[in-house]
Design a protein around this ligand. Structure first.
Ligand SMILES: *Cc1c(COP(=O)(O)O)cnc(C)c1O
Length: 308
């Protein structure tokens, strides 16, 4: 870091606006992506607590589990992750398409030696509880455990993206970024708070509760590190498609478009949907001028396949 930030000349020409891209797909660690930034702030804490085990949770194709597992190997700590192929929120329709749960990040988890406990699909709440239970069980057995929040979304994750915002020296009218567990959006929105850059999150999940998470995370970051506390954020839910963890039609088209016009790879779960959302907002003239697309990575998911 800092990751490259450059103009997309062909996209700009096609759309008639000035589109730039921040390349956090190139954070450069263990396949790249936004989680590398959070880990730079989180890992020193694991070291400070003298932990022997890190416990987290996520989907089977989680980019955070992949990068956390690799980071734990560097510091000689065992990484255990509770995963579900397709966690869901009760009350929201379950996607009828199978998630891209096998291959991709799953293959890399194996390579990094991450201990994966795959449990049957259920509500997100169950996934979080199982991680907490696993940490408690290991503690009962006398192990020094640190539990890391899903997606690395805690005050540290927000702080990492507040710092990331400082890498942008030019001025933009809009910034578009994918959002899920919330700390990336929370950090960037805080970082650009009070500037002329309007930050828009494109949600990868249908759950409207995620909006509150973004604000809560901002408060937690302000309490821990000081600085801006957000009272509102622009988070769009229209581009989720069939649901979390599965591709959307518009996302697939957006990924093909960017690959064929600029040679840049988007992932189906997050960044392709965010790019498709940005394209739609440009088409509807809701955003114009100078636009920055924050590429969050996730490239290994391109190699994800439905479990057979
Ligand atoms: C985790 C992730 C996101 C979302 O970031 P959050 O901080 O969890 O909101 C977006 N894109 C990719 C590729 C990710 O892995």
């Amino acid at each position: 870091m800092p990751t490259p930030c450059h103009r997309l000349p062909r996209v700009s020409e096609d759309w008639g606006v000035d589109v730039w891209i921040k390349r956090d797909d190139l954070t450069g660690f263990a396949g790249g992506g936004n989680k590398g930034r959070k880990l730079e702030v989180l890992l020193p804490q694991v070291l400070a607590q003298d932990a022997k085990v890190v416990v987290t949770c996520g989907s089977s194709s989680s980019n955070f589990v992949r990068q956390l597992g690799a980071a734990c190997s560097l510091i000689g700590v065992r990484c255990e992750a509770i995963v579900m192929d397709l966690p869901f929120e009760p009350g929201y329709p379950k996607p009828q398409i199978p998630p891209l749960a096998s291959g991709g990040n799953e293959t890399l988890n194996e390579l990094f030696g991450t201990v994966i406990h795959r449990i049957p699909d259920g509500p997100w709440e169950t996934l979080f509880d199982e991680a907490t239970n696993r940490a408690a069980l290991l503690r009962e057995h006398g192990e020094q455990v640190v539990e890391v929040k899903i997606g690395g979304s805690s005050a540290e994750g927000v702080f990492a993206f507040r710092q990331a915002a400082e890498e942008i020296s030019q001025s933009f009218d809009h910034l578009v970024v994918s959002s899920s567990s919330g700390s990336t959006l929370s950090g960037l929105a805080s970082g650009f708070h009070g500037s002329t850059t309007h930050v828009i999150g494109i949600s990868a999940d249908p759950e409207e509760e995620n909006y509150d998470d973004v604000l809560r995370l901002s408060r937690e970051c302000a309490e821990r590190f000081g600085g801006t506390r957000l009272t509102e954020v622009d988070l769009r839910y229209e581009y989720v498609g069939p649901g979390y963890g599965v591709a959307s039609e518009e996302g697939v088209l957006a990924a093909e478009y960017l690959a064929r016009r600029e040679g840049i790879i988007l992932d189906p779960v997050y960044s392709a949907k965010a790019f498709a959302g940005m394209q739609d907002l440009v088409t509807r003239k809701e955003i114009k001028g100078r636009i920055l697309f924050w590429h969050t990575g996730g490239v290994p998911s391109v190699f994800g396949r439905p479990r057979t």
